[in-house]
Write a protein that binds this ligand. Structure first.
Ligand code: ATP
Ligand code: MG
Length: 560
């Protein structure tokens, strides 16, 4: 591998860059940007774009800017800016001193617009928004030219200046690029590039009452920052000729190039900001960082690692056609990463009391348990063992089938890292008939090995010592939606999964977890991966989020 060879599998965007480098098209410059609008938290789709843009900068020793694309004041806020900054940092990317705001370019963009007017390439149109729409034409019919299209440069300059000065009502005039009302591409039919909108901006306040449209602001922001590759999603394909038109009219020297790729769609969730905002505002979830949300902050709180998300983004690649990625693949990446790094621990989700009748009353043994079965370097921890334990309720059956290798009348089972125990009797609630306690005996010779007489005990279950374990709440998450592609449904809220959250409040975690740090992750033996909830967990009451269960449905699909 040479220095120029990207470490990431190549894709059509990297192919374009490689070709440019070969012909020395931009003097070898590679500059990208990630341009989120601060009107929501970023989600896994944005993460894909973050990994792509920052990944290219890293691989080619170029730069990637973070630009808050904040030219439309509606819904934008500093809270969103802060969340975006935190989330991209957490994902592991760094823009050094290149944090930019498109709103810092408002004056420059205004001057660009003045230039367009002066060169006869823009005019102030006084049709109202409905009229502009009506005259735009359709796919099959050309549009009609605005009666204001041939205003003089002087009149346009005067009106545009007065638009800025706040002399006109919202919607009274717009500034339009003078291109071609008969263009087969509707985007090119004299698009609006400035509009009057009296809405305070979270950064510029009431300083501006006119705001540039996305198509005008974005390409020029790219040019102002010296961006070479302006990577965006496919829905902007038709806007590319407009991007090029504006850049060609106003920019000399290096001109940025727009390249479109397919946005990420993920099964069983929605990735439209408008819809995510609706979920948050109508309280279908507990905020942007609800662990069921496809947001970066939701996934972080759930316990996903940045590395797993980066691996996922690298693995799905960059396509030119829209597709729907199976969320099981993301979960697979999370599981692979946690299997490698998460220490093991024991926790009982639905406790059933077990008394070991032949174990000395006040004895406590410290049993050394490996923190990771394949990684001795991760060390061991002591787990207390005593006469009264908890096991999982479903590790006991009163009338088990033959193949059930756990506890039942007459059966034996091994307690993980500890002894073999044998069922002796059970206690039932008189009213409900539910089993409330088991009595067992233990075989003292089985701590570090199989029973001396050679009998086989195939089952292994996890346990905690009742007198030592700490109470915990465990939140089990399932998919937020019950259908594969809720994003396709107008009425998407109808498909929310009513069982996406199950809260278990009587769990018992091994003593060692008492002081586990917020956000730390464990494999609870036999149950899955769990993460200490960074918001709700306290030393009095631990709260765990289930990151993913152990079973890997993706590995099954992929035949691994
Ligand atoms: P929405 O369409 O849901 O409102 P958006 O795409 O407008 O979201 P932006 O903040 O403008 O959100 O997006 C910032 C960048 O992230 C853009 O370059 C956009 O193309 C990219 N992006 C957004 N969603 C996805 C996605 N699902 N997959 C890949 N990239 C995405
Ligand atoms: Mg956008």
């Amino acid at each position: 591998m040479t220095d120029e060879t990207p470490s990431t599998p190549t894709d059509f965007i990297r192919d374009i860059i490689n070709d440019d480098l070969k012909t020395n098209k931009n003097n070898g410059k590679v500059a990208t940007r990630f341009p989120p609008e601060p009107n929501g938290y970023i989600h896994i789709g944005h993460a894909k774009s973050v990994c792509l843009n920052f990944g290219i900068a890293r691989d080619y020793k170029g730069t990637c800017n973070l630009r808050l694309d904040d030219t439309d004041p509606a819904g934008e806020s500093m809270e969103y800016v802060q969340s975006i900054i935190n989330d991209i940092r957490w994902l592991g990317f760094d823009w050094e001193d290149r944090l930019f705001y498109a709103s810092d370019y408002f004056e420059k963009l205004y001057q660009f617009a003045v230039e367009l007017i002066k060169s006869g390439n823009a005019y102030v149109c006084s049709l109202n928004p409905d009229e502009v729409r009506e005259q735009r034409g359709t796919f099959t019919e050309p549009g009609k030219e605005s009666p204001y299209r041939n205003r003089s440069v002087e009149e346009n300059l005067d009106l545009f200046q007065r638009m800025r000065a706040g002399e006109f009502a919202d919607g009274a005039h717009t500034l339009r690029a003078k291109i071609d009302m008969a263009s087969p591409n509707i985007v090119m039919r004299d698009p609006v590039i400035y509009r009057i909108k009296r809405e305070p901006h979270y950064r510029t306040g009431t300083q501006w009452v006119i705001y540039p449209m996305y198509d005008f602001a974005h390409c020029l922001s790219d040019a102002l920052e010296g961006i070479v590759y302006s990577i965006c999603t496919l829905e902007f394909e038709n806007n590319r000729p407009l991007y090029d038109w504006i850049v060609e009219k106003l920019i000399t020297g290096l001109r940025p190039r727009q390249i479109e790729f397919a946005r990420l769609n993920l099964s069983y969730t929605v990735l439209s900001k408008r819809r995510l905002i609706e979920l948050v505002e109508k309280k279908y979830v507990r905020g942007w960082d609800d662990p069921r949300m496809p947001t970066v902050s939701g996934m972080r709180r759930r316990g996903y690692t940045a590395e797993a998300i980066r691996n996922f983004c690298a693995g799905i690649g960059v396509a030119k056609n829209d597709n729907l990625i199976d969320v099981a693949l993301l979960e697979h990446c999370v599981r692979e990463d946690l299997n490698e790094h998460a220490p093991r621990a024991m926790c009982i989700l639905r406790p059933l009391r077990v008394v070991i009748d032949n174990y000395p009353d006040n004895q406590v043994e410290q049993i050394a348990c490996a923190n990771h079965p394949q990684k001795p370097d991760m060390g061991t921890r002591n787990v207390p063992f005593s006469k009264v334990l908890y096991i999982e309720r479903d590790d006991f059956m009163e009338d088990p089938p033959k193949k059930y290798h756990r506890l039942g009348p007459g059966r034996e089972v091994r307690l993980r890292n500890a002894y073999v125990i044998k069922f002796e009797s059970m206690v039932k609630d008189e009213k409900t008939g539910d089993v409330t306690e088991l009595h067992c005996s233990y075989d003292p010779a089985t701590l570090n090995g199989p029973p001396a007489d050679g009998r086989k005990v195939p089952g292994v279950i996890h346990w905690v010592s009742a007198g030592h374990a700490v109470p915990a709440e465990v939140r089990l998450y399932d998919r937020l939606f019950s259908i594969e592609n809720p994003g396709n449904e107008e009425d998407f809220l109808k498909y929310l999964n009513p069982d996406s959250l199950e809260t278990l409040t009587t769990c018992r975690a091994e003593q060692n977890l008492k002081n586990a740090a917020a956000g730390s992750r464990f494999q609870f033996e036999r149950l899955g991966y769990f993460c200490v909830d960074a918001k709700d967990s306290t030393s009095e009451r631990l709260v765990f989020n289930r990151v993913v269960p152990l079973r890997d449905s993706w590995a099954k699909i992929a035949g691994k």
